[in-house]
Design a binder for this molecule. Sequence first.
Ligand code: SF4
Ligand code: SF4
Length: 189
Amino acid sequence: MVNSIKFAIQYYPLFKQPLQTMEPINLRSFKVKVSKNKRKMKLFLSRLEKKVPRRLDAIAAEVDKEIWQEVDCLSCSNCCRSMTPTFTKKDTERIAAHFNQTPDEFREKWLYKDKKGDWMNTKTPCQFLDLKTNMCSIYTIRPEDCAGFPHLAKKKMTDYIHVHKQNIEYCPATYKMVEKMQLRFEGKV
Ligand code: SF4
Ligand code: SF4
């Protein structure tokens, strides 16, 4: 028990959550909600893009804070299980060095280049995810993309709306953010 608490503290904040009681995420019911509501939510996001409400970015920052009081990423890890981060050159060099590999050896073992030329994980769940604890085994040196995910409180929300549209289907935190934005802007966009 002591060890597991030490482990949790060492890795805190693995994603972004404070150490407090939060409702665990139920991915099964999340998927049901997504299939019911994703179309409306994506339309809402498209309207936000077209008619940007006043104080959108300030409100997004407030909503972001609320979300990390409510969402328990350690009960989820759906991003690490079902999506792949993009590995930048720096990410690859840093992580390869950690494993005493050259960047080429690391790429050959774990990555492929997609059509856009980005380096992605060959497999999901991510090879660095501990499937029992939902923790990232390379947390302190993880790719920048992972560190910023799900990119909710970026300076300009409209630059990330296309990303949120995709992530609604995978990330309960993104879903909750869009729900909260819908409530705040209902009837205004
Ligand atoms: S590197 Fe870590 S945070 Fe990133 S996808 Fe893999 S397990 Fe998740
Ligand atoms: S999918 Fe979203 S809610 Fe789930 S662990 Fe990743 S960031 Fe957290």
